[in-house]
Design a protein around this ligand. Sequence first.
Ligand code: FCB
Length: 397
Amino acid sequence: MNDQAQFLWGAATAPHQIEGNNVNSDWWAREGSMPGMERSGDAIDSYHRFDQDMRLLADAGLNAYRFGIEWARIEPVPGRFSLAELAHYRRMIDTALGLGLTPVVTLHHFTAPQWFAEEGGWLGENAVEHFARYVERATEILDGVPWVVTMNEPNMLAMMVTMERAMRSAPADAWQSPTVDNDPRPTLPPPAPEIGEILVEAHEAARKIVRARTGAKVGWSVANRAFVARPGGEEKLRELVHIWEDLYLEASRGDDFVGVQSYSSQWVGEDGIEPHPPHPDNTLVGTAYRPDALGLAVRHTWDVTGGVPILVTENGIATADDERRIAYTGEALRHLFQAADDGIDVRGYLHWSALDNYEWGHWEPTFGLIAVDRETFERHPKPSLAWLGDVARRGRP
Ligand code: FCB
């Protein structure tokens, strides 16, 4: 059995990105309608191959696996719950426990049922009630799960809802702002705080249910942008950090833990977030190579939450070069352990991602410790998996 006090060393995934054929979800519908977006399709068929995936992690020496359960499968039609799908996720939990992997279960990772989206999504009148009803059913299968993440990156989710709202009510480019020369990618719009408040309400409702019905520690996971001010940008940073992160971190104060998710860092000047210019060292998603971001993220989270225990629920790099993944992760871990040595209560490190997967519209950015042949679904562990397993056995980077 798992020793709950042990440091968690593991990897993370999200259902829509790995399972395949998540046909009742809002993302499945969206994939078909947005130009330039690749489809998830069979994804990497982890729905049928989760046993093999978990075994690879356990055999490498990891002791934890973060995965999600998919609302659209469990409640494909409003109020009608699939017992077979609940049993599927229970089998996943049992498989993890049987392999000595502590399950960290996410209840919502960006996706919702399409019917929920049609009722207005998170802006719909009964959004929080709908989510709470699903969480209530989901808790029936969580026996023995020590960690539950109610919602993944509510701040990024709020940003996506903000963007959709703008696209519905204004010209398609209403939310776009100018970015660097020759870079067609628009700067992301700031998440509207009133949408964030709805998600805080949903989180609090879920937390109450999870606490009443399970023995799990409960929290949510916040995307941390590791903002750093340029001289003169200090005031702008204070304003932006509240909108992007602190609203969500403040809501973690009553939680059992907070999930830190960190990839890169961003400069803030007088005029706002500085678009990151193209550079040969950039990752495959165009962000700066900044393994030090994890230390910044953990320290900021600790300060704002006032000392809520931290679980790193995501950290990693989109790269086709696995040596670079190892270098990035090794350095990120050194920053994490420096923070822990300074007295920050860090409970674990879950790498994003266990496997190369569907990166929300794109297949090219590969974050995985394991490569997957998308025609045969064969798994090919990369050297970084064995490397992380060795770090886990040593217990330190
Ligand atoms: C995070 C998401 C995760 C994945 C990584 C790269 O924002 O939670 O699903 O897309 O980024």
